[in-house]
Design a protein. Sequence first.
Length: 160
Amino acid sequence: MLSSITKERDFALMMKQHLLDILGYLFEKNQNFGILCKISEVSFNPELPEYMQDSFSHLTLFFLAGYTFESAYIEGDYLIFEAGFGSENFGSVVSVPLLAIMQVVVEETPIFLNLSEVSTEELATEKKEVEVDEESLEASMNVFLSNPENQKFFDKDKKK
């Protein structure tokens, strides 16, 4: 039962909204925090050198404090911040999909746990499929309305 819930789109959307609420609260309170996230879904701009990327584990903790915290913001489905990596403090803009964030930690205590198994990419794909269906429905309705024979379905209502 639990695995079916954690794979549902609605559950993922609820987790994402809760995460947005938590992050918004922490930003409002000017509270530093850490995020434990799936590194495979995180992007860096500029890309980190390969030896740095190879040093990350599957789940990686980023701590947002100081300049990293000050640079952090949410845009769309991403938490974005600037950070320095390695002994040379290699600077990069880090983009973390919200649903790739598995935990939010304050002072070594997890305050948020994401149990959703749905990725941001899967949500975006489902959203596009729904949009395509709506576009198809509209196109179909336009074809239906353009046929003069179908006017009888609308004229009936006007006569009443």
